[in-house]
Ligand binder design. Structure first.
Ligand code: GDD
Ligand code: MN
Length: 399
């Protein structure tokens, strides 16, 4: 059992390695002699190398350097399982055995400058829960030696990932470098709430970065980016494979698609669409049933539409209750009745009164473009307002 140092917080730098014999020895020496000494007053720092059974003897180098520095640990994987799997194994070990308060994700090839470590520790000491190195903010950069193709793929990939994961919410603007590999995460309330069995990963390869990013931010981590000057490799070669980009893209799409919020919003949209069809078809059917040769057409149209709208509202309420908001489902008859009245009232306000008034105002301001105003009113007002009312008033999430 390792004794826990109570006066200092513990940080574990997890370094996954596969065939990094050319750099890992220097890396460990550098960290222990140049980076850590300045930090020891405040931090109890350990290094955990997770080696994927490198055939080039990386593990042996780590073992021999570890004889000199007692704060270096080696986790030997029995096979190369992918960088994501290596990290999760490392996280588990860092939390359970090394009692980490903070865990770093750090590459073993000098592409992540060790000088970032003190900056990141300062940020977590200031109260941030999740700090990542970004190549896209002021002070950050890609290696000078990268050709057009690599820069292009990195930019397009990063931007797509940002868009797929977060658009149009605030993290789309806050996370400038979603695929970055340099991170530190607070263990308490964040890393310790993640499922650290790597079978839970959508991919054991590089896409795990996006999954952990998405899940950690979803837990409400206080997030900050620091500039990362991503360097060229000192030796050895990248383990990114041709299919990695596709892999990452699929992970991003899966994360967003299966997210609770997305699933809810899709169901809400489908039910709304069905409601719209009920409204249009219902009015037509009622009209066919009730029309007489001497009918007052304006009265008939109005009444048929009102009846069909009410049917649509009833359908919306029932299906949203059973499907979209299944987790918040209302079951008590009394509550059901009062919520249905609220739902009805709000549907009239958000679906009829507000859009109609706006359409009237738009017409007086900009001229007669009824269809355009209807589209704007439905997508810009009715849908967002309904979504808001459903979530905040009708099916409020239980804390
Ligand atoms: N144990 C283990 N198993 N380690 C691995 C494996 C594996 O399957 N694959 C890679 N590693 C180790 C490498 O040895 C290295 O120390 C670290 O993980 C990063 O791998 P690199 O192969 O050097 O990745 P990269 O430099 O191409 O990519 C870096 O930059 C990307 C952004 O451009 C990484 O930081 C990525 O996470 C990041 O997305
Ligand atoms: Mn690298």
């Amino acid at each position: 059992m390792s004794q826990r140092d109570k006066t200092r917080q513990s940080a574990v730098i997890v370094i996954p390695t596969y065939n990094e014999a050319g750099t890992i020895g220097l890396m460990l020496e550098y960290l222990c002699t140049k980076t850590f000494p300045l930090l020891l007053k405040k931090w109890d720092i350990k290094i955990l190398v997770v080696d994927g059974s490198s055939p080039d003897g990386t593990g042996n180098i780590v073992e021999s350097v570890a004889k000199k520095y007692p704060n270096i640990y080696l986790y030997k994987e029995t096979s190369k399982d992918g960088i994501g799997a290596a990290y999760l194994k490392g996280f588990k070990y860092a939390i359970e055995e090394l009692k980490a308060d903070f865990v770093f994700e750090f590459d073993g090839d000098f592409q992540h400058p060790p000088e970032c470590i003190p900056v990141m520790l300062e940020a977590v000491d200031d109260g941030y829960d999740y700090v990542i190195g970004s190549r896209k903010i002021k002070g950050g950069s890609n290696p000078k030696g990268w050709g057009f193709k690599r820069v292009f793929f990195s930019e397009v990939g990063g931007l797509s990932a940002r868009f797929i994961l977060f658009f149009p919410f605030k993290n789309f603007f806050k996370v400038t470098d979603p695929t970055t590999g340099l991170k530190v995460t607070r263990v308490k309330s964040f890393l310790d709430r993640l499922d650290l069995n790597y079978s839970h990963l959508l991919t054991k390869s590089f896409g795990y970065k996006l999954q952990l990013l998405f899940e950690t931010l979803k837990m409400g981590a206080k997030f900050k980016e620091i500039p990362l000057e991503f360097k060229v490799r000192d030796a050895g070669e990248s383990k990114i494979e041709p299919q990695t980009a596709k892999d990452i893209l699929i992970v991003a799409l899966k994360l967003r698609w299966f997210d609770d919020f997305t699933q809810k919003f899709l169901k809400f949209g489908i039910i709304g669409g069905v409601g719209f069809i009920i409204n249009v078809l219902g009015a037509k059917i009622f009209k066919n049933i009730f029309i007489r040769p001497d009918s007052n057409l304006s009265l008939l149209n109005g009444l048929c539409n009102a009846a069909a709208s009410e049917l649509a509202i009833i359908s919306n309420f029932i299906w949203n209750n059973l499907w979209t908001f299944a987790k918040e489902k209302i079951t008590s008859v009394n509550v059901l009745f009062s919520k249905f009245l609220t739902f009805n009232l709000s549907s009239i306000i958000t679906g009829i009164i507000i859009p109609s008034v706006c359409i009237a105002i738009f017409t007086s301001l900009f001229g007669d473009y009824l269809f355009l105003y209807q589209v704007i009113a439905i997508f810009g007002l009715t849908i967002p307002l309904n979504w808001f009312v459903y979530n905040k008033f009708i099916w409020r999430k239980k804390p």
